[in-house]
Ligand binder design. Sequence first.
Ligand code: ZN
Length: 120
Amino acid sequence: MARSNESQGKGAGDGSVVPPKGSPPHASEHLLRLPGYTITRLQETEHDYHIALETRSPNRRCPNDHTEHCVGYGRSELLIHDLPMHGKRVGLYIDARRFKCRDCGKTFMEPLPGVDGEHR
Ligand SMILES: [Zn+2]
């Protein structure tokens, strides 16, 4: 669906957008400069874009002993502010997987390509 991104004066309140089916919008991916992610949810509100992402192929290698004997251990959502698009603020919600290493018991978050590690 080709929607103009200019605000059309629609005063709709919920601002929810049907998630894209089949082919994710490549243009957005390019704009976000985050290759390797899948857009799982895209929401446009009056002042913001809320974009939910997850990695395509999570890396479950333990950073401690570099084995892959790791099991899923829930998820963490990271909020990252990206550069504004079309005058709207962009919030990226990255649905990061957590793993627990069965060898050393350490829990860790999957590495997120393109995201600086200054978040905890
Ligand atoms: Zn380990």
